[in-house]
Unconditional design. Structure first.
Length: 124
């Protein structure tokens, strides 16, 4: 009887160790996943392209709840900025380029903020 109980205990501990390793691996996957952008630009474009013609009209672009939050006037300004060839539509390439520009602007802003903080800290 004692042997049976000790074997059950060993098996239970082994299961707990294996489960712990599995949970740790899952946690690492989640950390890696956090580094990825929250969305895929091409997938976003495809979802917005309601008529599937490979380009976005302003109507399709403005249908996005995220875009609507900023208001129609701001959406028009952004759309015109994305439409680099002036054909009143935004291609996938123009859409991707706009996101690259925005990333660059955000990085530049962060660098500027970092320099300001260093300056402010140095003045004290």
């Amino acid at each position: 009887m004692l042997r049976v109980l000790s074997r059950i205990l060993v098996v239970t501990v082994a299961c707990l160790v294996i489960a712990g390793v599995g949970f740790a691996a899952e946690k690492e996957k989640k950390k890696e996943g956090e580094k990825k952008p929250p969305f895929n630009i091409e997938d976003m474009f495809k979802k917005l392209d309601a008529d599937k013609d490979g380009k976005l009209s302003f109507k399709e672009y403005f249908a996005s709840p995220f875009v609507k939050k900023g208001g129609e006037e701001r959406a028009k300004q952004r759309f015109e900025k994305m439409d680099t060839n002036g054909d009143k539509s935004v291609s996938l390439e123009e859409f991707k380029a706009a996101f690259k520009r925005m990333e660059g602007e955000k990085k530049a802003e962060k660098k500027g903020e970092g320099k300001r903080k260093k300056k402010e800290g140095g003045d004290k």
